[in-house]
Design a protein around this ligand. Structure first.
Ligand code: GAL
Length: 350
């Protein structure tokens, strides 16, 4: 009988312990601090999520190329999110107004951004804008508009010496050179009327932008380097815009007529405008006139394939935006970053 009672007691105890276990506090509760240095048991607790705030200031939303760029940048940064790392992205439109962009930078700093990706409205204002960001201890990733020193010196120590500032872009000299080579490589080297020189018009982007300066300069240099004589009929500012490209080209075709053999556009948006003016003037690309741009917008790639544009140069918005994001993520992780990251242009011809 005693034996039977002992067994019963043992069973009751086992049952009581099991019941206790079931009602024990959930392991999610933080373990009491035992003073030991052992890592806390995070067992089944939800992982801690870190959200980084990234501010992106674009010089102007109303720009074909920068629209592709900013959409890709946002999508790619979002694609890098994990269960524990999130990115809270704010993208603002500088409306091509440096005062507006300065306010936006101030707001980013007040909002406590963890990194700022900056597409400057005015590269001449780079110093002041970047100094504010650096003083606030925020990594600054410059994109698309490379700031140059007063002497045009690329290693602009004043800005880019800083360990948390870098420039991600493409070397605009390369794009200009490719434009010139596309013309130089034609069977008649761009000299349609056979008078021994290539007569061209140049439609430029924003004159403060080094992309515009270099494309203008290096496209012509490539022709000259190939031993070709050139004649500039007109050189006008189109500010990267389709409507301006169309207007300038239409005026020049009316003024110079058949003398215009090549239309150089610093970008494809302006080349699209120029293409419309060329058609309206009854001219035919590939027969009595040549047309080149830069960016390789989808429409322009199609036109090159169709022969309604002589060529363009791929401005790799995917490569550039991904590099900018990768560098941002590295800076957020506290990793060392370089001062320059270059992405190649690619020639696009039929
Ligand atoms: C250039 C591009 C232009 C325009 C400009 C804005 O690289 O070719 O189309 O987007 O950047 O800064």
């Amino acid at each position: 009988m005693k034996k039977y009672l002992a067994l019963l007691l043992a069973l009751v105890m086992v049952f009581a312990l099991a019941a206790c276990g079931e009602s024990a506090p959930a392991p999610a509760a933080a373990p009491a601090d035992t003073g030991s240095s052992a890592p806390a048991d995070t067992g089944s607790s939800a992982p801690e999520v870190k959200t980084y705030k990234v501010g992106v200031a674009i010089y102007q939303f109303d720009d074909n190329f920068m629209t592709l760029y900013r959409n890709e940048l946002q999508d790619y940064l979002k694609s890098l999110e994990t269960d524990t790392v999130k990115y809270d992205i704010t993208i603002v439109d500088g409306k091509n107004d440096m005062a507006e962009q300065n306010n936006q930078i101030d707001n980013f700093i007040t909002q406590g951004m963890d990194a700022i990706i900056l597409n400057l409205v005015q590269t001449s204002s780079a110093d002041a804008a970047i100094a504010k960001i650096v003083d606030a201890g925020i990594p600054c990733i410059l994109i698309n508009r490379e700031p140059l020193g007063d002497n045009g010196d690329e290693s602009y120590a004043g800005i880019l010496d800083n360990a948390t500032v870098c420039y991600v872009g493409a070397d605009a000299r390369q794009s200009g050179t490719y434009q010139g080579e596309i013309i130089a490589d034609l069977p008649n080297h761009g000299d349609i009327n056979g008078d021994g020189k290539v007569s061209y018009i140049m439609i430029e982007g924003d004159p403060e932008n080094v992309d515009a300066q270099y494309r203008t300069q290096f496209s012509i240099k490539a022709l000259q380097d190939a031993g070709i004589t050139v004649e500039c009929l007109d050189d006008q500012i189109g500010n990267w815009a389709l409507a301006k490209g169309q207007e300038i080209c239409a005026n020049d075709l009316a003024k110079f007529g058949d003398a215009v053999e090549v239309v150089f556009c610093n970008n494809d948006a302006m080349a699209l405008g120029a293409a419309a003016a060329i058609t309206a003037a009854g001219r035919t690309v590939g027969e009595d006139i040549y047309l080149v741009g830069v960016d390789a917008l989808e429409e322009c790639q199609q036109m090159v394939a169709d022969g309604t544009m002589t060529g363009t140069v791929l401005n790799d918005h995917i490569g550039q935006s991904h590099t900018a994001v990768d560098v941002t993520v590295a800076a957020l992780a506290g990793e060392a970053i370089n001062n320059y990251y270059w992405v190649d242009y690619v020639k696009v011809t039929k």
